[in-house]
Design a binder for this molecule. Structure first.
Ligand SMILES: [Zn+2]
Ligand SMILES: [Zn+2]
Length: 263
């Protein structure tokens, strides 16, 4: 079952929303805006028995009733509003890159919330490095301003390309499209997009090679069409296996009129 968010998963996103509103935000606005940026699903959007609340909004309310922010010193609660403290601002700034990465890359709700919990429960606040899919799916996609981030992503992309090449060819996992065969060696050579199923983190003192090996499990080579279809719903990417099934079922149907043309 999807869902079942915990308070820890809301700490960074809530601090982010406070900072967007000059440092403070009321509970009902916080519920609304957290819903907008996190897209809760599954059990978390079901209405609780005997209440008008969803589980998600109940957990947001718990931030106040459990004094979550007072305990970690990241925010105070006064006059119906959460107010970010200096420590909260520092926590937010230290993790801003990873926050943007998690909210901008269309990961599933579960992967986003699990990652936020992981950040809050990592004992010593170590610097977290991220791998941004948008920064490396296209060869020329160097729209990132942060070079270090681009370099990490480029290393992962090169590593993935090498691993996904079989007999000198890389095919789309979903439809088996091959750029090299279709567009020819000169134009299509080595082209593929890499889809990124789960968030990939690396703590600063962790071994890069180990991270790359681990990260590879979350990467899928795709053609541009399949990649677009997977991300067509911006809030929740389609599962790779689901797209494969859709393609199989649909292309089977589509072959009928070709086999039996009705004129
Ligand atoms: Zn494809
Ligand atoms: Zn993708």
């Amino acid at each position: 079952m999807e869902g079942r968010i915990t308070e820890a998963a809301l700490v960074l996103p809530a601090l982010y929303l406070m900072s967007l509103h000059d440092g403070k935000i009321g509970t009902s606005d916080l519920i609304k805006e957290l819903t907008d940026i996190m897209h809760p699903r599954g059990e978390d959007v079901q209405i609780l028995d005997n209440r008008r609340d969803t589980r998600f909004s109940q957990i947001v309310r718990n931030l106040k009733s459990h004094n979550t922010f007072n305990r970690n010193g990241f925010a105070d609660y006064e006059d119906g509003c959460f107010q970010i403290t200096k420590a909260g601002q520092e926590h937010l700034e230290a993790n801003r890159e990873v926050l943007n990465y998690l909210l901008d890359n269309n990961f599933s709700y579960k992967d986003i919330t699990d990652s936020f919990v992981k950040i809050e429960t990592t004992k010593k606040q170590k610097k977290i490095e991220v791998f941004d899919e948008e920064a490396w799916i296209n060869e020329g996609g160097k729209k990132e301003t942060k070079t270090a981030r681009y370099d990490r992503s480029a290393r992962l992309r090169d590593y993935a390309r090498e691993k996904f090449t079989i007999d000198g060819q890389i095919c789309c996992t979903c439809c088996r499209f091959n750029f090299n065969k279709f567009y020819g060696q000169e134009l299509g050579r080595d082209y593929i997009e890499i889809h990124h199923i789960k968030p990939i983190f690396k703590y600063e003192d962790e071994d890069m090679e180990k991270t790359l090996k681990e990260a590879l499990k979350n990467l899928v080579p795709l053609c541009s069409n399949c990649h677009s279809m997977i991300h067509r719903n911006r809030k929740e990417p389609l599962d790779v296996e689901t797209l494969k099934e859709i393609i199989e079922n649909t292309s089977m149907k589509n072959t009928i009129p070709i086999a039996n043309p009705i004129i």
